[in-house]
Design a protein around this ligand. Structure first.
Ligand SMILES: *[C@@H]1O[C@H](CO)[C@@H](O)[C@H](O)[C@H]1NC(C)=O
Length: 360
């Protein structure tokens, strides 16, 4: 009897292990649903290049956990979603069906949980409030509005509360002209308690504070606006004082070329310590996003390194961030962190500590 009692659980364990191994495919292996793939992956068909679905990455490597968070904020790279709020299937909040394009496919909460650490948001005065919206001429319409900014800010607040070692950056294409319009929404969302003050942002190309200090002081929300005057009036950092950016849209996808967008100082202006690389077409297209993220994205990251005066990007901004045939934007971010943190092609090579030998 005793033998039966010990053998049965042992057999069950062997079966369980065998089953879970069989059920977990690696990146690149075929799958029919995400359940077939490993953690941090989903099952995706990168048409038109490949026939059938395979497991591809859906989550970023956390460089603070993999290595440490004791370096300045500008020594790490952060996966960034372009128009993070323009989400497929977001219901109409105006009562009018939306007629505009989308740029992402999961919620801001999911984006953050998957390791996205910077969000590009377009903010507008609308309905006596601030909304996230697509538009022309700085005016939001019922048929291009996505949602009140407050709803998205509350998701960010919940994420920062649940993840006390993480830092989130907001890059606002800002059309809000109501006095204190943005400030009121930041206050209402509960985000002010995480606010990183402009007074601590570095001038003249100096390094940012250490991530560990930002975490210790709980100043874990960086906000940049495109409206210069708000830095003085509302204490919201004017983006172009601190960051350089390449062209966006089709102009930013021209292989071998990387030059600053009009609002930005030249990419090699080292008085700005943060570098952002945009890589998405003028009109978002789901079908081509996969191939763009799978190869040419990495080429552009390397091109922009040279253009930025041998500086690796801190922010890498894409549409449909999870689409790739394997590593996509996640792998490109691992490349950036590998270069930034230990001079290797992949941040995963940095975890061996001092005396790092890059595997390739
Ligand atoms: C943190 O990680 C970086 C990059 O791997 C390394 O250069 C540095 O020595 C580490 N610092 C500490 C305190 O471990």
């Amino acid at each position: 009897m005793g033998g039966t009692f010990t053998a049965a659980p042992a057999l069950a364990l062997v079966l369980l292990v065998a089953l879970s191994v069989a059920a977990t495919a690696n990146v690149g292996e075929s799958c029919s649903t995400a359940a077939d793939c490993g953690g941090g992956q989903w099952c995706f068909d990168c048409q038109p290049e490949f026939a059938g679905s395979s497991c591809v990455r859906s989550a970023a490597t956390n460089p603070f956990q993999l290595t440490n968070n004791s370096l300045p904020f500008n020594k790490y790279a952060y996966l960034t979603t372009h128009n993070s709020f323009a989400i497929v299937g977001e219901p109409s909040h105006t009562g009018v069906p939306r007629i505009t394009f989308d740029n992402q496919e999961d919620t801001v909460t999911d984006q953050l949980n998957n390791g996205v650490r910077a969000l590009m948001l377009d903010t507008y005065d609308f309905k006596g409030d601030v909304w996230l919206c697509h538009s022309n001429g700085g005016k939001c319409n019922d048929f291009t509005a996505f949602e009140p900014a407050l709803d998205t800010f509350k998701e960010i607040e919940a994420f920062l509360g649940a993840n006390p070692s993480e830092i989130v950056t907001l890059i606002l294409e800002d059309y809000v002209h109501a006095p204190n319009g943005l400030t009121n929404v930041f206050k209402a969302s509960g985000l002010m308690k995480y606010w990183f003050p402009v007074s601590k942002m570095p001038q003249k190309g100096k390094d940012w504070p250490l991530v560990s200090d930002m975490v210790a002081s709980n100043q874990r929300l960086l906000v940049f606006t495109s409206i210069r005057s708000k830095q003085a009036t509302e204490g919201i950092a004017y983006q172009w004082n601190y960051m350089v950016e390449n062209n966006y849209g089709d102009d930013g996808m021209d292989a071998g070329k990387c030059s600053n967008r009009a609002e930005s100082a030249p990419l090699n202006d080292k008085t700005k310590s943060l570098v952002l690389v945009n890589y998405f077409p003028s009109v978002p297209v789901k079908v081509t996003a996969c191939l763009q993220h799978s190869k040419s994205l990495t080429d552009m990251v390397n091109t922009c390194y040279g253009a930025a005066g041998n500086r690796w990007a801190n922010f890498l901004a894409v549409d449909y961030y999870k689409r790739s045939d394997g590593g996509g934007a996640f792998q490109a971010t691992d490349l950036l962190n590998g270069r930034l943190l230990c001079g290797c092609q992949d941040v995963k090579a940095c975890s061996r500590g001092s005396g790092v030998i890059c595997s390739s």
